[in-house]
Design a protein around this ligand. Structure first.
Ligand code: 5GP
Ligand code: ZN
Length: 113
């Protein structure tokens, strides 16, 4: 379940502090340490999964749990509750922490892609 040398596993396990936004049995949400938008959360499974490339069929429920968490987080946003989700899968796509996570971004205009 937990990877010994994964910083996100250590945070989930409360060995390293973080600004926790929400958590349930399957999913953990914290504020990004280097926010790229006024709201920048990281939504991740509590189980150590590297990224979608290494997602097993038997772990696919974590994906829906992460999306449902995004829905719940969006309800607390001001205005129309718009948000963007980004997942980097692999170093070539910009993934720097190899514990699957979804960036939840809001609070500024993001019309470019
Ligand atoms: P990636 O580049 O893998 O898609 O995203 C990793 C994200 O994790 C980055 O946005 C980075 O700012 C964030 N991050 C890295 N280390 C920590 C940490 O120790 N605590 C928190 N809260 N965020 C972190
Ligand atoms: Zn991990």
């Amino acid at each position: 379940m937990i990877s010994q040398d994964c910083i996100f596993c250590k945070i989930i396990n409360k060995e390293i502090p973080a600004k926790i936004v929400a958590e349930n049995d399957d999913v953990f949400v914290m504020q990004d340490i280097n926010p790229k938008a006024p709201v920048h959360y990281l939504i991740m499974p509590k189980k150590h999964i590297v990224n979608i490339k290494e997602l097993h069929d038997s772990d696919s429920h974590y994906m829906s749990k992460m999306m449902l968490m995004a829905r719940e987080l969006s309800k607390k946003l001001p205005g129309d509750g718009s948000f963007r989700l980004i997942m980097n899968n692999g170093a070539g796509a910009g993934q720097s922490v190899f514990h699957m996570h979804c960036h939840f971004l809001s609070g500024k205009k993001m019309l470019d892609f």
